[in-house]
Design a binder for this molecule. Structure first.
Ligand code: NAD
Ligand code: IPM
Ligand code: MN
Length: 367
């Protein structure tokens, strides 16, 4: 198969983790006989610096013309003073919208070897396997009007949260379909005791549930869900929620399973899928070569699964990550009490070796 991808490394640790993710992807492609066609383009701060636009037309055109997009991260303190529409983050939001990527899947899994990396007690976090399904094109992120208006001392800031029934229904169906193949549970998270958007959300999600009699639906307010996610993370299967709540809960889920650097994501629903780690550009560690590349690498696994239906290849990466962690491979975010750590590129290299071994073994078995 020909895998035609656009690679958007972005800012901060984005290029560091993306480099390793692409090397792993290359190893998988080589190992399983696929061909890669990669185009590297600017996005975010890197694109602002080069052409004063966080999502230049040629970047967007390349993304739209490819089969999937892999993105590192965008943003950083150097760009925080830019007007809203020119910020690196605005480029990412526009890309998500242009691609029609309304469904953001953010799995948070506690790898057995990492039970003691969580700030929670091992017996609480053991076995955690949550799939956060975040609505990605609605809510406060995109609602109009939005502005800061008025004169200094009297300014008024406005953001608008809107959700229509169709946008709620389509994301709810994604969550129910996923749950049907997992542990048959959907928890819908909202703030229906205060917000009209959430009241409509709850009503529409409840209506959808009738089409999935095997799946058990429950509801929780977001404040209570945030508490419960750290009290008993294992209870969660699929968590369905709107854009902003999903943003917040997914970082929290990252901490619960040991590090935000581990979390991958898929933004799907449109013609071209967008794959990116959940974390940001991490300016505090950028340039040091110590970022955890596993979130980016596991995003490659999601890319193979959701954009190309290459399940065996996706599992090959996921198993290699699991095995490597069991062997004690740790970037600094995964170490405790000064234990020794490896670099971003060492983690990538060891993963490539594991992927090659497992592709060879698969060949021996089939041949
Ligand atoms: P962040 O996710 O960049 O970092 C939060 C903390 O987690 C930091 O201490 C960082 O060092 C650590 N961390 C993150 N990824 C890591 C990794 N792979 N390995 C080890 N440690 C890791 O969040 P922030 O500091 O709030 O945001 C920094 C910038 O990134 C901001 O400009 C923000 O807008 C942007 N951002 C971009 C994306 C994206 O591009 N998808 C996502 C989130 C934040
Ligand atoms: C994320 C990020 C983005 C979001 C920002 C950078 C726009 O935090 O992907 O989680 O809020 O969606
Ligand atoms: Mn976020």
């Amino acid at each position: 198969m020909l895998l035609h991808l656009t690679i958007l490394a972005g800012d901060g640790i984005g290029p560091e983790v993306t480099e390793q993710a692409v090397l792993v992807l290359q190893a998988v492609a080589d190992g399983f006989g696929h061909q890669l066609q990669l185009q590297h383009k600017n996005v975010g701060g890197a694109a602002l610096t080069a052409s004063n636009d966080p999502l230049p037309p040629d970047t967007l055109a390349a993304c739209c013309a490819s089969s999937a997009v892999l993105l590192g991260a965008v943003g950083g303190p150097g760009f925080d003073h830019y007007p809203q529409h020119l910020r690196p983050e605005a480029g990412l939001l526009r890309l998500r919208r242009e691609l029609g990527a309304y469904a953001n899947l953010r799995p948070a899994i506690c790898f057995p070897a990492l039970e003691d990396c969580s700030p929670l007690r091992p017996e609480l976090v053991r076995g955690t396997d949550v799939m956060i399904v975040r609505e990605l094109l609605g809510g406060l992120y995109f609602g109009q009007p939005r502005s800061i208006a008025g004169s200094s001392g009297h300014r008024l800031a406005t953001n608008t949260m809107t959700y229509d029934e169709a946008s709620i229904e389509r994301i709810a169906r994604v969550a129910f379909d996923l749950a049907a193949k997992r542990r048959q549970k959907v928890l819908s998270v909202d703030k229906a005791n205060v917000l009209e958007c959430s009241r409509l959300w709850r009503e529409v999600v409840t209506g959808c549930a009738k089409d999935y009699p095997g799946v058990q639906l429950s509801h929780m307010y977001v404040d209570s869900a945030a508490m419960s996610l750290v009290q008993h993370p294992r209870e969660y299967d699929v968590v369905l929620t709107e854009n902003m709540f999903g943003d917040i809960l997914s970082d929290q889920a990252g901490a619960v399973v040991g590090s935000l650097g581990l979390l991958a994501s898929a933004s799907i629903g449109g013609k071209v899928g967008l794959y990116e780690p959940v974390h940001g550009s991490a300016p505090d560690i950028a340039g040091k070569g110590i970022a955890n590349p596993l979130g980016a690498i596991l995003s490659v696994a999601m890319l193979l699964r959701y954009s190309f239906q290459l399940e065996r290849q996706a599992v090959c990466i996921e198993k290699a990550v699991c095995a490597l962690l069991s062997q004690g491979a740790r970037t600094p975010d995964l170490t405790r009490n000064g234990a020794s750590a490896i670099s971003t590129s060492q983690m990538g290299q060891r993963l490539i070796e594991a992927v090659k071994r497992s592709a060879d073994a698969a060949h021996r078995k089939s041949g």
